[in-house]
Write a protein that binds this ligand. Sequence first.
Ligand code: ADP
Ligand code: MG
Length: 242
Amino acid sequence: MSELLAVKNLCKDGILKKISFTVEDGEMVAVMGPSGSGKSTLLYQVFGMDRPDSGEVWLEGTEVCGLSEDERARLRLTRMGFVFQQMNMLKNLNLLDNIMLPACRLSRGRAAGREAADRARRLMETMGIGELARRRITEVSGGQLQRACICRSLINRPKILLADEPTGALNQSAAREVMEEFTRLNREGTTVLMVTHDSRVAARCGRILYLLDGSIRGEFSPAGGAEQREEALGRWLAEMGW
Ligand SMILES: Nc1ncnc2c1ncn2[C@@H]1O[C@H](COP(=O)(O)OP(=O)(O)O)[C@@H](O)[C@H]1O
Ligand SMILES: [Mg+2]
């Protein structure tokens, strides 16, 4: 595996204190830690939505923080996907149009639009929401909406998918379904960095980073079957003071 993402000595407003870690191509990494520990802030710096006070974020040989606003916007559109906790989709568009939006921002024209629509439909099929293309976001369940958000984050074929508590607003069975999609995407080669509060979700990741008070306090790689992984992670989290 090769290094896809490298975060070096990232500092932000006293919220992030010299955070350093790397993510290899093909990994699925979880970030855990108490509320207010800086998890969302960390993801925003990685995504280039915000600029750190100091430190570097390298994505495939490009240093993100030093880029101009426009360059970062383009990098976000072409190389990264982000699944937000608040599932921010536009209320007056149907699911299909919401999913296509990042593709339409990247390339205009009829042919590009048709291609984006085809890709969006295929993503919706694989995510099990193929029949919901024309529904509005108020006309689907939380789990279906979050799956649509994942489709949208994937529309431009990102190298890395960032997700901020993607199962946080879902009931257990919807959370399990959404997590199965992440696991499948990761098996198929998408690198994933996700924040989660749910140790069952995190136990499915290859590696877990523990963030406390703006610093990474430890990392853990669970091994074995699902149950063993959950138990081992539970013990480690208890040691961390979770
Ligand atoms: N826009 C902001 N302005 C000022 N402080 C903020 C802002 N966003 C978050 N914070 C503060 O930064 C800290 C970390 O927040 P956050 O990254 O959202 O933590 P987490 O995602 O781990 O819950 C918190 O103390 C929070 O109150
Ligand atoms: Mg958060």
